[in-house]
Structures are given as C-alpha cells and as structure tokens.
Design a protein around this ligand. Structure first.
Ligand SMILES: [Zn+2]
Length: 524
C-alpha cells in the first residue's frame, strides 16, 4: 500500500502536447477537410487541412500541432497568409485581428514532407503487401495524428464532422473513415477518393488505408457493412468477417444501436494487428480466431472468436462514441472495451464462460502503477487499464449485485455519454447518482492506486468468530463481498475497521468469491 513513486516533472514538450492550454481552450473545433496526396514511391505526403472552429474566448492565437518532420508551406485565412510559430510539435497560428467570441472561422493549413515512421504501428507506414504492391496505413493513437497531418491534436475537442480526400496512384484504393462519397480521376496518374464522416471523431481515428483493395459488402438490417481485403485474401475475409454481424448484434443488444450508422461499418485488412479507427476498423489478425492465433486469456474461450473483430469494433461504443477527454483516462476506452469482450462471450456462451474469460486476464495484471495516469501531459496509462480495467468493471457489477440493473446502467451510461468526451469523474458521478450508493472510494481504489483491495480474514475458533476487514488506501472503502463459511454463502460489508462474523470454522473452510470480485485474500 505504498504511495506510487513521485513522477518526474513533465517536460515543456509534454505540456505543449498534452495540456489543454489557453490557445486550445479558446476555440471549439467544428470541422476538418483533410485533402492530401500520397506518393507511395517517395513516401511523401502533401496537401492541406481546412480547419473550421468557433471562438470561445476572444483571442489572436490558436494552437495546432504537426510533427517537426513535416513542413508547413503556408497557412491561409480568407486567402491571406497568416504568421505562425512552431515550437516542437506545436504550431501557434497568429491572426492579424482579434477573433470574436461565438464567431466561426476557417483556415487552410498547407503542408508537405516525409512523415516520420515511428511508434507501435509506425503512425504512418509505407509498406509493401506480400505481392510487392504498395500498402500504406496509418495507426497513430500512440504518438498522435499530428505525426502525419496538421490538426488540434488532443483528446478533449473533436471536429463534429470531417471530409477526407486522398489522392493516390490510379492502381490503388484509399479507404478512410465515414461513408464513401466518390472517386475522381485527376488525369495525372492519381485518383482522389472522397470520404465523409458525419459524427464527431477522435483525431487518431482518422486513417488512411491505401492498397490494392478488393471490396465486398453486406448488410445488417439497414446498416451497411463494407469490407476491404487484398485480392489474395478475399475468400478468407469473406468467411472471417461474417463474425462482424454477431459482434454488432451483441453490442447492440447491450448498448443500443451502432453509433455511426450513417457512416456505416467497415473492416479493412492491414499489415498490423488492428485498430479501432471509427467506422473503418482495421484488421490484421490472420483471418483466424484468437489473438494472432493465440489463446489470449488462456482459458480456452479466446479461440472461439476473432479477438480483433470483437475488441477493435467494441471501441465503436467505448473509445469512439464515448471518448475520454484526456489520455490519462484512457481506461474509459480500453477497460470498457475489454469488458465488452466478456459481454460478447456472455451473449454467445453465457455468464459462466464470460467470468472464466474475464478472470483469465488476472495473469496479465501488474498492479505496479495506477490505471489513471498524470493528466495534461499526454501520458499513456499502463496496460493494466485493459486487464485490471475489465476485472474492476466485473467487480463493480458484483457490487451492484443485480444483473438486470447492471445491464440497464451500462446501457444508459453509453446512451448518456455517446458522442461526448468525458473523464472518470463523469462515470463515477453517473453510477453514484443512479445507484444512490457512494461508489467513489471503490472507483478510486481500483483506478487511482496501484494495489487492489486485500480482504483480511482471521478466524478465531475459541471465540467462534471470524474477524475481517479491508486493507486498502482509501479510508472510506466499504465494498460488499461474498464469502462462504462452511459452504454457506453470504454477503458481508467489510470496512477498513475490524468487524466480526459469528462462525466457528478454520481458515480453510472460508471461501471468497474471487471470480466476482478482483481482490486479494489474506487469511491468517
Ligand atoms: Zn483497445
């Protein structure tokens, strides 16, 4: 139960990148039109982003972001060039007059260059497919969308809609987010592919998928399903992508209608494992069940379904529709979506398998640092946000102790916060208000401390009692839990103070429902 080691002070660069500072907070993004040309052979990108925003404070400057590997060619405002200042990844754009509160403005940011490939999936990666053709994909959640295009690169504010126009050599296809609007032969060996996003979108979800794609389509009710795979993988894709329908049915069952209906749902083959790009989920899971052909949670259930289809698409609900407002609270994406995997298992195979699946994640949890990371510095939370995140939500369900109520709560949580960017406090306030319980110490213990609660049990056979208490960081922690004494199950509500239960037994005859609650048990 020690305090986590003091974090080093954030660097100036981390603050510029992660803080929602004055020149970000003074405006509200409305719209982007990213209009670019991608030259695969030169690994070169050029074009512009039109950015429309409304001023929330009168000011003469706004902050955008673009990786320093890329040039800004000019910034135009009403056809006149604006001054700007670059400071590491930040771009401060200056206006000749004060922009007024409540007014809408539009600028065009022209840029070009050779983007830096870096991070887990390259951010933007110029690759070849197995047949040697160009295959270019973006996946930039880790380092940010400003790795390859100029935008307001933070999590709190999203453009409400977006057009994406991508010119690529005639023999290639670009699949981006949203609905396909059309393509135009530009007459110079390039074809422009136009896409329209009709919902708010996280910057990092905006994606390019450029390759020799074949397209096939299907429907689920009135929802269009569009699939893109390399020609050689078409048959495998047609078979494996069938799972998308059961996935959509399962999540619609728990949370309501697919949240990006006008944009449709797409699965696109890529050379990396996969990513939740909004309405354009990318897929690289070898057209096989499990996760990269492994039994991901090690209990025999993962191999029943395709992990990437189920997990990455789950983000359409949590991550894309309900989004965190700061990267520090990314468990709202990953903890919830990992829990959605177990809801999928429950929908298909029942609660017992879902519990087995969820508890299969225990071996991956490290409990070395809290799930919620430092705010305002673009910090990445530890992988516990996934595994401990889902184990926590399973625990919370057991605390609610009424499955029907739980399903209504999570449905309503999604409906309340869809298309919004929220923080953990919003989730906690929702549960507290709706349940009338004070769940704050439970959320705080699991999300803001590294250690999970430990239930201390001390049977005293002479006195015919069992002493019990929680050992935790949160003084007000009073989580109910199921324990069995001599095979008789009961719900007790330990606090951080010793309490006693009348029962004569030895420690081996006391069991704790650790498949329902993610806790340590100390018996001595
Ligand atoms: Zn995820």
């Amino acid at each position: 139960m020690q305090a986590a080691a003091a974090k080093p002070q954030p660097t100036r660069e981390e603050k510029l990148r992660g803080e929602y500072g004055r020149y970000r907070a003074n405006n509200d993004l409305l719209y982007y039109h990213l209009d670019i040309r991608v030259d695969p052979d030169r690994k070169y990108i050029s074009g512009k982003n039109t950015i429309r925003f409304k001023m929330l404070q009168a000011d003469t400057r706004i902050q955008l972001d673009l990786h320093s590997a890329l040039n800004i060619d000019k910034v135009l405002f009403a056809a006149r060039p604006l001054n700007y200042e670059r400071d590491s990844g930040a771009v401060f754009v200056d206006f000749p007059q004060t922009l007024s509160v409540g007014k809408t403005y539009s600028i065009d940011v022209y840029y070009s260059g050779y983007p830096a490939e870096s991070g887990r999936f390259g951010s933007i990666a110029f690759k070849k497919d197995p047949a040697g053709r160009n295959w270019i994909n973006t996946a930039c959640e880790e380092l940010g969308a400003s790795m390859w295009w100029p935008n307001k690169d933070q999590w709190r504010d999203e453009a409400d809609s977006m057009e994406i126009s991508v010119a690529v050599p005639n023999d290639l296809v670009d699949v981006s987010n949203g609905t396909f609007v059309g393509k135009k032969d530009l007459g110079d060996g390039y074809t422009r592919w136009d896409w329209l996003v009709q919902y708010p979108i996280n910057n990092y979800d905006v994606s390019l998928n450029i390759g020799k794609y074949e397209h096939f389509s299907d429907r689920l009710g009135d929802l269009p399903l569009d699939y893109y795979a390399l020609p050689e993988d078409l048959d495998k894709a047609k078979k494996q992508f069938e799972q998308a329908k059961t996935m959509l049915e399962a999540y619609q069952h728990y949370f309501g209608e697919y949240p990006f209906k006008k944009d449709g749902y797409k699965l696109i083959e890529v050379p990396y494992s996969g990513m939740e790009h909004q309405s354009a989920v990318t897929y690289g899971n070898h057209f096989a069940n499990g996760y990269l052909e492994r039994d991901w949670t090690g209990v025999g259930i993962s191999l029943l379904f395709d992990f990437i289809i189920i997990h990455e698409s789950g983000h359409e609900w949590f991550g894309n529709a309900v989004s965190a407002a700061d990267r520090s609270d990314m468990w709202i994406h990953e903890g919830w979506t990992t829990y959605l995997e177990s809801l999928y298992v429950e929908y298909r195979w029942g609660k017992e398998d879902a519990l087995k699946y969820t508890n299969g994640y225990k071996g991956k949890v490290k409990n070395q640092e809290p799930i919620i990371a430092q705010r305002g510095v673009n910090a990445t939370p530890p992988a516990d946000q996934y595994f401990k995140g889902t184990l926590f939500l399973n625990t919370l369900r057991s605390v609610i102790n009424d499955d029907q109520k739980w399903f209504v709560l999570i449905h309503d949580l999604f409906q309340k916060f869809k298309y919004h960017n929220i923080m953990t406090e919003d989730v906690v306030a929702f549960f507290n208000e709706r349940t009338g319980m004070n769940l704050t110490p439970i959320f705080d213990q699991y999300l803001r401390h590294k250690d999970i609660p430990a239930l201390e049990l001390k049977p005293d056979e002479a006195q015919h009692v069992i002493f019990y208490r929680w050992v935790v960081d949160e003084p007000a922690f009073a989580m109910p839990i199921r324990i069995a004494v001599n095979e008789h199950w009961q719900l007790v509500v330990p606090t951080t103070q010793w309490q006693k239960l009348p029962a004569a037994t030895e420690k081996d005859r006391i069991r704790v429902a650790t498949e329902l609650y993610y806790v340590d048990v100390a018996k001595d």
